[in-house]
Design a protein around this ligand. Structure first.
Ligand code: MEV
Length: 310
């Protein structure tokens, strides 16, 4: 039986979330150890495309897809873009990326599904085209996404990203270690982005100043990564966290994890993604990984991933 499989990684924003929505630069890296996987296989003639989101226990035929179902939207985009007929096939999607945790689960699920379908139809999409297509779906679901999630996930490389510009791929001087700790609090990005937008509308000058500062940190962090100066990178991450607090997107659960990581010896720590829950990241020297991981679990992290960024 014919079968096509495609997968996409999760992602973590190193610096620059939220400000990136307002045109500032941000840095993001893929997290290869958590992934969305999509599998296409043959179905009976005349059935059309059946979509099965296995983890969500959702199953529907594309012709009957609920109008706002992200997987219905993205698969239609693929069929329209390739101007091909809907295939008789089954698309099954699974993901190990935490949902509403700031790790790009929605974009990764869409990317894996779109690529599996495109490959099934004989035309695998290059990263820029896949990213543009996933971005269209993200706009329907998230309102005003910057495009950083679909970009880092579809290119599957570290990116320096400015909204509306082609991404710059960057390479850290040496691999470095991140711990990614989950507060266990689910926090949809959309709500967090809307809350920041309301603050910005209430006092544009004040919040644009904060966005500018965050953008400068992201710009500085790129040079710091390329120079391999992890102490300074930690300082920049901590400053970014101070500014994220001013945007109202930190939370008691995030602060508890950040404090524990820093206390246990992390070089820097901050929330990552939309915030108000979800995940935080800690920059950690290799020989401190187990110590910091223990501290994070000790104060209630529900899951700690170790990711080596290279
Ligand atoms: C979400 O991963 C990052 C945000 O900056 C939103 C966006 O860039 O679209 C919070």
């Amino acid at each position: 039986m014919r079968r096509v499989v495609s997968s996409a990684p999760g992602k973590i924003i190193l610096l620059g979330e939220h400000a990136v929505v307002y045109g500032q630069p941000a840095l993001a890296v893929p997290v290869q150890s958590v992934r969305a996987t999509a599998e296409m296989c043959e179905a009976d003639a005349g059935t059309g495309l059946e979509i099965h989101a296995a983890d969500l226990n959702e199953r529907f035929f594309l012709k009957h897809a609920p109008p706002n179902a992200p997987l219905g939207i993205v698969t239609r985009f693929v069929i329209d873009k390739l101007t091909l007929a809907e295939p008789d096939a089954r698309l099954t999607i699974r993901s190990t990326i935490p949902v509403a945790g700031g790790m790009g689960s929605g974009a990764a699920v869409s990317a894996a599904a779109a690529q599996a379908l495109a490959a099934w139809l004989g035309t695998p999409l290059p990263p820029a085209d896949l990213s543009a297509l996933v971005y269209e779906g993200e706009k329907i679901h998230h309102g005003t996404p910057s495009g950083i999630d679909n970009t880092v996930i579809c290119f599957a490389m570290p990116v320096y990203f400015v909204k509306g510009k082609p991404p710059e791929i960057f390479a850290p001087k040496r691999p470095f270690d991140l711990l990614i700790a989950d507060t266990g609090v689910r926090s949809p990005t959309k709500a967090s982005v809307i809350a920041v937008r309301e603050l910005w509308q209430s006092d544009p000058a004040r919040y644009e100043d904060i966005f500018d500062h965050i953008g400068q940190l992201a710009c500085d962090a790129k040079k710091t990564l390329e120079a391999g100066d992890w102490d300074r990178l930690g300082v920049l991450m901590n400053r970014n966290q101070e500014l994220l607090r001013l945007l109202g997107v930190s939370s008691p659960e995030l602060e508890k994890l950040i404090e524990a990581a820093l206390h246990a010896g992390a070089n820097g720590a901050k929330l990552s993604g939309g915030g108000r829950g979800g995940n935080m990241i800690a920059l950690v020297a290799r020989d401190q990984v187990e110590r910091v991981r223990g501290a994070l679990i000790g104060v209630g992290a529900t899951r700690v991933l170790h990711s080596i960024v290279e």
